[in-house]
Structure formats: C-alpha cells, structure tokens
Design a protein around this ligand. Structure first.
Ligand code: PLP
Length: 876
C-alpha cells in the first residue's frame, strides 16, 4: 500500500525524560560522547537502524519503550545530568569571553554553501562543507558568537554505490526536514517565517528558514520547497551542486541575498544580535555583500541612505572573504548577461546593476569580459581576504595578482589562515582518553597534548591495534554490503570475512576524486603495487574511498580502474574500495589507518584536512608537500613524497612521483612499522608464522606517532584556526566596520569620497625624477643614500599618499627581491601639484643592490597599502 498523505507525529516525552528532546535537537551530541552514548544505549538496535540519529531514534520508540525509559531511575538521572551539562555549556564563559576585549564582535555571520556537521544532517559534499561544520562547532566550543547561514538541500549530496563493473552509481534519497534535527523559524502567529526574492518574468522565489543548533551556534538554512513557490522555485534547493548554471545562480542569490534577509528575520524573532562581521566562505555566498549594500542604500532603521560607493566602503570594512580554490578552473563563474538578467528583476532595487557587474568583472589580462566571477566579486567586496594554508595563500596571491596590477605577487592583500579540524568530532575516544588532557588551557593550548609522552609504548601500540581492528571489521561489513548491491550472492562472499588483517600496516586514501588528487597514482605500476601488498615479510594493506562529481566522467573512470584492481582475487584481501565516503565512514577510517596517503598534483591542494584527522588519531602522513603538509611536515611526523619539476608533463610527473611513493613505502614506511632492525628482531610479521606476532612493539614507529600527536595536535586543531580568524580577521574587521558605521556612517562616507577623489586623480600622479646623494665609488654596507623624489601629485595633497623607496638585492633582470621599504617625507612644495619627497636609505646588504620609488594612496581606513590596487611606480 502506498500512502497518499504523510505527516510526522511528534513523540511526547514524559516529564522525567523531557530534556531528551533538547539533547537530541542540539547537535552538540554529535561531538559530546556521553550524550551520544546515552542515545545509543536507550535502544542499541534502533540506534543502529536509524544510523545514529537521536531525533529519528526518539521518533522510532513505541509508547511502551518510552514509558520504560521514563521509569528507569538510572536513565532519568543521566538525562538530567546531561541536560544540566548542556545548559552549562550553552551559557557559561568560554575562551572568547575569557580572552577577548571590547573590540571583539558581538556576532559574526558565516556563510557557506555546504555544512558537514553530522551524518544526521547530510548537507555537504566534501572538504569545504566539513570545514564549515568544524568552524561552527569550534566557534561554539570557544564561545565565539558565530551565526551560520546556508541552504537546506532536499537531497543533500548523492549517495554513491557501484555497478557490477565498478562504475559509480548515484542516488539522491530525499530528506524530510521534519525528521531532521531542525526547528522551523515561525512568526508570532505560528506561520512559518519567509523571505522572498523577485525573479525575472514577474516570478518570485520564497524560502522558509530552518534552524539547526550547533551547540551555541545557530545555523539558518533556507528551504525553497514550499507551496508558495512554483515548481521551478521549489526546486532551487533540490541538491547540492546540481543542475545547470541558471540553477546554480538562483541558489547563490538565495544563499547570499536571502541569507542576509534570513538573518534579519531571525534577529527580529529571537533578539539575536546583529552581526558586526560577515565571513563569506568561498565565492558562492558573495551576493550577501550586494544585499547589505542595498540595506545601506535604502535603510529602514532611520539612518541616512548611502550612495553605492559609501555603502560599498561600509560593507567592505566588515567583510572577510576566504578563497579555497587554487586553480582558475575551479572558480565559480557565470555569464555576465545571466547575472544582469536576474538582477534586473530587482532583488536589490536600489543597487545599480552596472556597478554589481563591475564587481564581478575579470578586468585583468586573460580575463573574459563576458564572465561574472564570484571569487573576484568576493575579493572586491571584502576588505580582508585569506587563503587556507600558507602555500595556498602564496598561490592565491599569484592567481589573483592581475587584480592588483603594478604590485609584486607577495604584496597582493590575501593572507592565509591554515585550516584545522574539530578535535572532539574527529578524534577517536580511545585516543582522546589515552592521550589528551580534557581541560583546555587558554594560555598554552599545546599543554593538553603533552600527556602522550607519559603513555607507555605497549599501551599506545595496543590502542593503535584496537583502532585498526575496528576498521577491519567495518571494512568487511561495508565490502559485503557493497558486493550485494553489485549483485553478488551471499554464497560468493565468504572471502569478505577475511579481507584485511588487523596486524598489517594499513594505508588509507579517501577524498573526492577530481583529477588533481590522483586517486589512481598508486596504480601507475600495478605489478609494483602488487608486490607491496603481497610482500611476505612486510605486507601493506590499502583502504580507498571517494566520490566523483556526477558530471566528471574522468573521475568515474579512475574509480572504475581502482575498483577493477581491487576486484582481483590475488590482491582483494589487501586492497579495498569502499563506496559512499562520508562522515560516518571517516570516523572509523581515520583512526584505523597507520598511514594517511595524499598525492595531489602540487600545488593544487588548497589545504586538505583529512591528513589532519589522521594525525590527531596517531596516523602518520605520507604526502606530497602540498597544502597544510607543506608547512607542517618536519621530518619526524611522517614522510614527504618528492615531487617532480612542475614543468614536466603530467605523465612524467606521475611516473616520477609514483616511483618515489613505492620506494618510500618499501624502503622507509614498512620497515619502520614492522620494526626496522633497531629493535634487534626480525620483522614481527611473517605470513608463514602460525600466529601473527603482533606483540612486538615498533618503538621508532611509536616515537613518530607520539611526536605527531604532541606537535601536530595543537597545530591542526580548529581551535588554533579559530584563534587565528578571531585575531587576524574578525577583530580587525569589527573595528573597521564599527568605525565605518559610527555617526550615521560618517567615516564610510568620508572614506568613499576620499577613494573617489583619489581614483579620479590617480592617472595624473607621476614620479617625475629620482636622484640619490651619497653613492660612493665603491658602496659598502652601512652607507647611507639620500633619496630625492620629484612627484607630480596632480590634485592630491601630500597627506593623501605615501612615497616609498623600495630597495634590496636585485636579480640580473633588475627585479628587486628581499625588498625593504623606506618612507620619504614631503620636503618642498614646488607648486602646481609638484612636491619634493626626501629621505635616507641605508645599504644593508652586499651584492647587486637596487632601488626604486613608488607612490601609494594613504588613508587610515585602508587595511593594506595595496588595497585600492592603485600604485604609481617610477619609470626609468
Ligand atoms: C575531512 C573530510 C573531507 C576532506 O578531506 P580532504 O583532505 O580535504 O580532501 C572530505 N570528506 C569527508 C567525509 C571528510 O571527513
């Protein structure tokens, strides 16, 4: 029978256990083990059936079961205790309250197109979403007043399975929001709160707003699947990264513009503070800045309307933009005409469409005048921008250098904050209990990780084995389930029960499957890989997982190649591909692997976080020096796969780097894992031995594990990441934003007028002539030069500019590197806008030395000298 109507019946809980509802609805259970355990123990079988989802669990209990729980004094006491703990967590002072002063923002809005918080709320595709989830959880733990904004996708991202011949199959199970840990935002009269955007052709796009509680952090998710909308509008939030570019644009307008409106509705209904800083996580949410400009151009709070330029200055001051994309091809772009078409419908009626189009224009060499670039708009709408690892910061500065013509790449105002991972979510309780001090230390965050030094080798080794064994058990179950989906009968699957071995060196590799991540690099020389897997003394086993974007045939082919290799009866007990990589799998996989492998085409991995999750569980990284590993590899915490010259062809690079990978595993990783001779024994594992000799403890291996936990633990923790964001970006943006908005926006107005005046005057600014006094026949270190620069400022005043000497060692082509700067002071007004600037420069290094002079705009509200992309360099 098929139902023609459905609705969700709310479970009514007796008073003694009523707090269970709140414990289930606040997602903090997903990183608070005692709460999670409570739910699991209420009904272990049901817990498994609902895949560890407390809201669904409560919904699945019968009245009798609920009565039983309510009458169990032990359970009732635990519920009360955990509820008290949660209330404490939600209200007490944390790091932010203890360490931050009055300059810290009262609230920060964080916008992202995806969030990976728990498998119970599957709204992510990969690293970007997991990072956003970790950002919110960590903000909650640290008491940072973040509010998240995103979309609620009816089907989230796809579920992956395999066909018989190893081809990726995608399904999109539809989620019922009533069964998710979400609360619908309602008006006082009980009707769902709504926001609406006009669409072309007189249509409209409305959305309701769900709230997920991520500990202390509210996450607002817009949902267009409501009866007010026509079918097309209802489907705007159907899937994450699905559909064509018009669809994508509608999603992004809803996320950015609708997201700001949702924040306002939420504040009105709950009294939540208005954000003082807006953080745009990747370009997708960039339209949030346009909506905020609209608010300032047409205010409804009694302030004086601003012009476009004034509003732009005010909005930029309080906005942070994070880029995650190291390749131009990965950037979100639309047709300019397409964006114009949607904006013409008037979602932001006071905003001049032409100006918005300018913000997204690729006005640099190689840019396409027909395109609207979301990252470019993101950078222009934010006074502060960052990449997600040091190397990625450098890559981003080069990639976007065209927007700052006249500046060297290292001067491009994009900084970096290296990503981190939310430790309580990703560390296995076994490791947590063994190695980590539960108490935070605000002044010395590394202190809690030092406890690992007191753990005896035997105990650490036993813990590692336990985690490996759990992974093996999980792999066997998953593999069997996968083969049944692929059409195998139970009778054919006996072999899956002995797949993998809890005493064999286990290497993990799991990630999305874009080409640059090179899923199949390990297959470069299949015979060599086979030898490694089947080595009688020091065998290796590999667990591989990853989803390919549904439209990426190349990625699917790579998966198929890999699956076919793993299907070979000769090796299938040592290498497996697990379909449907997700948070649930990851939580068993990271702790269970001894080595985490990553071999992207350098430098295309922006940061990568899976290796961090392995590290906090005592896994050692074996990785190309890309992303985070480039800055954190220290020679003792894992291995660096050498990379070929980036000028070599991809094929050559694959050859060289695959060979290096095999050699590292064979010559370094495996010997150390199995005891490298210094233990005075033969390798403990022998396939012909009657019992695997798992007892032998590889002390050198464990020294690396211990070093990894103690030194990487604090550095890869997202507490370090959030501390960086607060100190380097949120507090400065809050200070700028408040100054801009003070006195009815007086500073923003003044800054905007100054910027306009400088931009108009700039084409006339010229360094006419430079001379130096005191250059000796044979200059020496310590000599001082007196530099005189004759500058035509046109209509600008000397205080509008900085005149700098840039000096240092020069290359053969006269490029100054190892640059220093000295400021020249205005000395003589020569009339008609001409001013003589003078100052000393001390020669501080030997060898070829050169100097030059340049003029930069100067204003107290500029966060960086390159900010306006205006510079006048002296010509020779
Ligand atoms: C951590 C994680 C990712 C991201 O890993 P990268 O190393 O950034 O590729 C993707 N998916 C899941 C399920 C994860 O846990």
């Amino acid at each position: 029978m098929k139902a023609i109507r459905r609705f969700t019946v709310r479970t009514v809980l007796p008073e003694t256990i009523a707090p269970l509802r709140g414990l289930a609805r606040n997602l903090r259970w997903s990183w608070h083990e005692p709460t999670e355990n409570l739910f699991a123990e209420l009904d272990p079988r049901a817990w498994e059936a609902v895949h560890g989802d407390p809201v669904k669990l409560l919904g699945s209990l019968t009245r009798e079961e609920i009565q039983q729980i309510a009458q169990d004094p032990e359970l009732v006491a635990r519920v009360r205790e955990l509820d008290a703990d949660l209330q404490n967590y939600l209200t007490e002072d944390h790091w932010y309250q203890r360490t931050q002063g009055p300059d810290a923002p009262a609230a920060i809005a964080y916008f992202s197109a995806e969030y990976g918080i728990t498998s119970a709320l599957p709204q992510y595709s990969g690293g970007l979403g997991i990072l956003a989830g970790d950002h919110l959880k960590t903000a909650s733990d640290m008491g940072i007043p973040v509010l998240g904004v995103g979309l609620l996708y009816q089907a989230g991202y796809f579920k992956q399975s395999l066909s018989r011949d190893g081809w990726q199959q995608e399904t999109y199970p539809v989620l019922d929001p009533d069964e998710l840990p979400l609360t619908l935002l309602r008006e006082a009269d009980g009707s769902p709160a709504r926001i609406t955007l006009p669409l072309p052709d007189g249509r409209a796009l409305s959305a309701q707003i769900w709230r997920a509680d991520v500990g202390r952090v509210p996450l607002l998710l817009l949902d267009s699947n409501i009866p007010d909308n026509d079918d097309a509008a209802r489907n705007v939030t159907d899937r994450l990264y699905g559909g064509g570019s018009d669809h994508r644009l509608r999603q992004e307008l809803l996320l950015g513009m609708g997201g700001i409106r949702a924040l306002r509705v939420h504040s009105r209904l709950t009294g939540a503070p208005t954000p003082e800083v807006y953080h745009c996580n990747e370009g997708h949410a960039g339209f949030l800045g346009i909506e905020r400009i609209q608010e300032l151009m047409h205010p409804c709070d009694g302030t004086t309307p601003m012009t476009w330029d004034e509003a732009l200055a005010a909005v930029r001051a309080a906005t942070v933009f994070t880029t995650h994309t190291p390749v131009p091809a990965g950037i979100d772009r639309f047709e300019r005409a397409q964006v114009e078409h949607f904006l013409a419908a008037g979602p932001t009626p006071d905003v001049p469409v032409e100006r918005v189009l300018e913000l997204g224009a690729e006005t640099y060499p190689g840019g396409d005048p027909g395109k609207f670039n979301m990252a470019v708009m993101g950078l222009r709408l934010a006074q502060r921008a960052n990449g997600v690892a040091q190397l990625h910061g450098a890559v981003s500065r080069s990639m976007f250098q065209g927007l700052w013509q006249g500046f060297d790449a290292d001067e491009v105002p994009i900084s970096s904050v290296t990503n981190g991972v939310h430790v309580p979510s990703w560390i296995d309780p076994v490791v947590w209990d063994l190695a980590v001090e539960p108490q935070e230390n605000d002044l010395d965050p590394a202190a809690r990780w030092r406890r690992i030094h007191e753990v005896p080798d035997a105990e650490l080794w036993a813990a590692r084995r336990l985690l490996r064994e759990r992974l093996v058990v999980d792999v066997r179950e998953r593999l069997r389930a996968s083969w049944k989906k692929r059409g195998a009968a139970d009778a054919e699957l006996g072999w899956t029960e002995s797949v993998l071995d809890p005493d064999v060196l286990t290497i993990g590799f799991a990630r999305r499957v874009p080409t640059y991540k090179r899923l199949t690099l390990m297959l470069r020389d299949p015979q060599r890989l086979k030898r490694l897997l089947l080595d009688p003394q020091r065998p290796v086993q590999l667990v591989v997982a990853g989803k390919s974007h549904p439209a990426d045939e190349m990625g699917k082919r790579m998966i198929q190649d890999l699956v076919r290799f793993t299907d070979d009866p000769e090796v299938r007990h040592r290498i497996v591909f697990l379909p449907n990589y997700d948070i649930a799998m990851a939580r068993v996989l990271f702790p269970g692997c001894d080595v985490w492998l990553n071999n992207p085409l350098r430098p295309l991995e922006a940061c990568g976080t899976s290796g961090m999750k392995a590290a906090i569980n005592g896994g050692l990284n074996l990785s190309v020096l890309d992303g985070w590993w480039d800055e954190m590899y220290d020679g003792q915490n894992g291995w660096a796969i050498p990379t070929a010259d980036s000028k070599a062809s991809t094929d050559e690079r694959d050859d060289v780097e695959a060979a290096a990978l095999y050699e590292l595993i064979e010559g370094h990783v495996a010997p150390r894992f199995y005891g490298d001779g210094s233990e005075g024994t033969t390798p403990p594992f022998r396939s012909d031995a009657p019992e695997p000799t798992a007892g032998a403890v590889p002390h050198q291996w464990l020294a690396m594990v211990r070093h990894t936990l103690a030194t990487l633990g604090p550095r890869v923790s997202s507490r370090r990441m959030l501390t960086d964001y607060v100190q380097q970006l949120y507090v400065p943006a809050c200070v700028s934003g408040r100054r801009a908005a003070a006195d009815d926006g007086a500073a923003a107005r003044a800054t905007a007028h100054w910027i306009q005046r400088v931009r108009e005057a700039w084409p006339r600014v010229r360094v006419e002539h430079v001379e130096a006094q005191g250059v000796q026949q044979e200059p020496q270190i310590g000599d001082e030069l007196g530099v005189n620069a004759y500058v035509d400022l046109g209509s600008l005043a000397p205080e509008d500019v900085t005149v700098q000497v840039g000096y240092g060692r020069v290359t053969e082509s006269d490029h100054i590197h190892e640059r220093s700067h000295a400021v020249l002071e205005p000395v003589t007004d020569l009339g008609a806008g001409r001013v003589l600037f003078c100052g000393p420069v001390t020669i501080d290094r030997s060898g070829p030395f050169g100097y030059t002079v340049r003029v930069l705009p100067r204003h107290p509200e500029l966060a960086d000298p390159a900010e306006l992309a205006l510079v006048c360099n002296a010509a020779d």
